[in-house]
Design a protein around this ligand. Structure first.
Ligand code: ADP
Length: 670
């Protein structure tokens, strides 16, 4: 049997999948042949399978290095449920328990052993490791090794030394969802990968609907509450920028009768763990969290991720938003933002001295690179281009296959992490409808605001950079307000210059000018408007300035197919009938019958999960249940044909699920 056949066989037998996803097969085969790999795939793309399949086939054990011990139990449970023996050793166990696990592993009873990086440095573990045949070391979240990444962990630096201390060097597979070139280089060098096969795949996630909503801060909570109310039976994550916000929002949701838990780094470990568990086991559908939540979270049925604020980079956003829809089912990622989010982020960036070990020059380099990352994020909020396309371009890929092929003229020349990287977005604005993002469902109006921008800039000059935006707007509108009297505004050339422009428009232009660097809003008690680095450009003869405004969102006008798709997608009324007709996503819309069966199967899954004390998704994912509702299996062979069902799951749960299907069929025939 070739390694290819063996790999496919194991994929089917343990995981119940018929084929590998893009990139997986190459990685699996390389690892089986003893070749190091670096796998860069977005969250949810299927990195774990890349080392779990080889682990099932290789002669020695596979050690999985993972940073989050709180998740190991779930990961190990899930593997054992698939019939792939796995165990973990970590600090939550007593020394006796740890010894017992290591003895089991040494006796060949376990294929995969999960450990945190700190463990590799202990004497006991090193003793064990030199005596035990290790075929593969899989380093999960490998970007933690790099100081350039956002999640640097010094314990990752010891992994290379551990590998070097082994009598026989195992094959090394490193996996990450962080795509910047610099981080990739660090992973290769610091872990000491030997001539690795580098695979970067699938940064597009077609089952995710991307949605960007510009919203004043004061409306955000109400927007979220409404969304949660409309999607009561769905599981979702809401990311907030601060701990206080997570608690306030969770409390508000609970008060309105929508169960939600808060999660942030300031909570005690017990409370935090309980919150995580409540969410993972579907006891509470919604978690309101800071970005401390989620690294390694493997809850496959998260149907929506809402960002209450704009994150610091596309990398961070994609990782967090990517926690939606890991089972491949339609899910929604919504980013709520406004200009003040951008100002806050910029301010944080300039006052952030977390890298105290760096020299001032190095700090400035880091800051500059962070500014560039932020620009990419701001670009995402502002673009009118397809959001899927923006995202994949950012990661250096062009969309293919399910997307309109006519607009692929732009070459894949955007290198991730390059100092002069294009920040994605608006290039080659050929018409393009993905059917899975709010931009492709909206029409935009581009408004030429050159005159307004020039007037604002002159007014800042007239007042000598001494006042805030409110007063500037008043002067430009020719206000006679008393609080302006001390400035003698009537004497100013710009007084009343924008009488004909409404206040909201002037404010919009002003804040966009601030984020674009034409103006600078000073920090401190009084947010005074000053000139930004690019201020001089506004006086140039060829200066041209535009703002974009969402003009209209197309609405699925009451078609029943539309309603279904809306429900699947997380419900907003922005999904057009056109998008339904074009199967850009290749989505499957179930009929009522299937939906009813799906609910019954879900109930059974919940019952079983409670019986075995594990999260429901460990029994079966939503995707598997949907496929089951479609196939309606009543024989073993039919059951095995369901996506995500392997032999072990058939043995464990087949009978009960088939019974439910049979009962359902019988009920339907009466
Ligand atoms: P990652 O580690 O990259 O975030 P996972 O390995 O957790 O992603 O995979 C995400 C989901 O996709 C899991 O539910 C997994 O079982 C499923 N999956 C992985 N590979 C395949 C495949 N070849 N076919 C179908 N589903 C897959």
């Amino acid at each position: 049997m070739t390694s290819q056949q063996a790999a496919l066989g194991a994929l089917k037998r343990y995981f119940g999948y018929d084929s590998f996803r893009p990139g997986q097969q190459g990685i699996v085969e390389s690892l089986l042949e003893g070749q190091d790999v670096l796998g860069v795939m977005p969250t949810g793309a299927g990195k774990s399978v890349c080392y779990q399949v080889p682990a099932a086939l290789l002669p020695g054990i596979t050690i999985v290095v993972s940073p989050l011990i709180s998740l190991m139990r779930d990961q190990v449970d899930a593997l054992n449920d698939l019939g792939l023996t796995a165990a973990f050793v970590n600090a939550t166990q007593t020394p006796d328990e740890q010894s017992m696990v290591l003895a089991q592993v040494a006796a060949g009873q376990v294929r995969l052993l999960y450990v945190a990086p700190e463990r590799l440095e202990t004497g006991r573990f090193r003793d064990f490791a030199v005596r035990t045949p290790i075929s593969l070391i899989a380093v999960d979240e490998a970007h933690c090794v790099s100081q350039w990444g956002q999640d640097f962990r010094s314990s990752y630096l010891g992994i290379g030394g551990f590998i070097a201390s082994l009598p026989t060097r195992p094959t090394i597979g490193a996996f990450t969802a962080t795509a910047t070139e610099r981080v990739r280089q660090d992973i290769i060098t610091i872990l000491g990968l030997r001539n690795p096969t580098v695979t970067v795949t699938g940064f597009d996630r077609p089952n995710l609907y991307f949605d960007v909503v510009k919203l004043e801060s004061k409306y955000k909570a109400a927007w979220i509450a409404r969304y949660v109310a409309d999607h009561e039976d769905e599981s979702g994550i809401i990311y907030c920028a601060t701990r206080k916000e997570t608690e306030a929002l969770a409390a508000a949701l609970n008060q309105m009768g929508h169960p939600a838990v808060a999660y942030h780094g300031g909570m005690s470990p017990e409370v935090r763990e309980q919150a995580q568990r409540d969410f993972i086991t579907d006891r509470v559908p919604v978690v309101v969290a800071t970005n401390a939540f989620g690294m390694g979270i493997d809850k496959s049925n998260v149907r929506f991720v809402i960002h209450h604020n704009m994150p610091e980079s596309i990398e961070a956003y994609y990782q967090e938003a990517g926690r939606a829809g890991r089972d491949g089912e339609p899910s929604r990622c919504t980013l709520l933002w406004n200009e003040s989010d951008i100002v806050t982020r910029r301010r944080l960036l300039d006052t952030d001295y977390e890298n105290e070990r760096l020299t001032p020059e190095e700090q400035e380099i880091v800051r500059q690179s962070k500014r560039r990352l932020l620009d990419g994020m701001v670009g995402y909020c502002r673009t009118t281009d397809c959001l899927h396309r923006y995202m994949t371009r950012y990661f250096g890929q062009e969309l293919e296959d399910s997307f309109d092929r006519t607009d692929h003229a732009v070459g894949g020349d955007a290198h991730c992490g390059d100092a002069d990287r294009d920040t994605g977005g608006d290039r080659g604005a050929a018409p393009h409808k993905c059917g899975a993002c709010s931009n492709c469902e909206s029409t935009f109006e581009t408004i030429d605001v050159t005159r307004v921008a020039r007037a604002i800039s002159r007014c800042v000059h007239d007042v000598n950079q001494r006042v805030g935006s409110g007063k500037i707007v008043k002067i430009l509108r020719g206000s006679k307000a008393q609080d302006l009297a001390w400035l003698n505004p009537e004497q100013m050339p710009t007084f009343g210059m924008l009488k004909d422009v409404n206040e909201a428009r002037i404010r919009d232009v002003l804040s966009q000018m601030a984020t674009d660097g034409f103006l600078f809003i000073a920090e401190g008690r009084l947010p005074i408007v000053m000139f930004g680095k690019r201020a001089a450009e506004t006086a140039a003869a060829d200066f041209h300035y535009e703002i974009k405004r969402v003009e209209r969102r197309s609405v699925a006008a009451g078609s029943s197919a539309g309603a279904k798709r809306n429900r699947l997608h997380g419900g907003a009324s922005v999904i057009s009938a056109d998008a339904l007709a074009g199967s850009a996503l290749g989505l499957y819309v179930p009929d009522d019958d299937e939906e009813a069966l799906f609910q019954k199967l879900r109930d059974l899954r919940r019952t079983i999960a409670q019986e075995i004390g594990k999260p429901p998704y460990i029994v079966f994912s939503d995707k598997t249940l949907r496929d089951m509702a479609r196939i309606k299996p009543v024989t073993n062979a039919q059951f095995l044909a369901v996506n995500g069902v392997g032999q072990h799951k058939l043995d464990l749960y087949g009978q009960r699920f088939m019974q439910t299907v049979a009962l359902f069929n019988a009920g339907n025939m009466q």
